[in-house]
Design a protein around this ligand. Sequence first.
Ligand SMILES: Cc1cc2nc3c(=O)[nH]c(=O)nc-3n(C[C@H](O)[C@H](O)[C@H](O)COP(=O)(O)O)c2cc1C
Length: 170
Amino acid sequence: MDFRELATRRVSVRGYRPDPVPDELLEEILDIARMAPSAANRQPWGIVVVRDEARRRALLEAYAREWMVSAPVVLVVCVEPAAAWVRLEDGWNAAETDAAILTTHLLLAAAERGLGTCWIAAFSPSRLKEVLGLPGHVVPVAMTPLGWPADAGRPKQRKALAGILHRERW
Ligand SMILES: Cc1cc2nc3c(=O)[nH]c(=O)nc-3n(C[C@H](O)[C@H](O)[C@H](O)COP(=O)(O)O)c2cc1C
């Protein structure tokens, strides 16, 4: 699959078959994700892998959608802002951008292997921190179920290139 096809085929999956995701496949996807770039190569991230059914169901306290836990794995991408690069002029912290790139790599690596994912940000951060026992300085940025898709997802809807492009200046 070339990159255009992969980027086009990846869709948010909101329904999963119960079939297990083999450990080796999960490890491979996580290993690819860690190749993501980060500002000043700080890699301020961590990934929580949730396989245990009771803990997966506990995640519903943070994001109450059954489809999320229909997948056999849920991944939570976190960052430590204190470990991330900070831009000098305005103090901008790259942590969440770094986490977003890692998550994107993860989603695409999964899609390349036929696995479904769905980026989730609409969770309760306080409840998620509690369920996963995250220390105070660790920020959850994204969660995603990981599993075999039960449906094809929604059709892609994107703005036309001409609608987002600004040539030479905005
Ligand atoms: C930062 C971010 C946050 C998102 N949060 C949620 C979410 O909380 N729940 C959800 O169902 N989908 C969420 N999505 C998925 C988007 O709705 C989805 O990517 C978008 O509609 C485009 O569809 P596609 O992923 O199928 O191409 C999120 C996506 C991104 C990038």
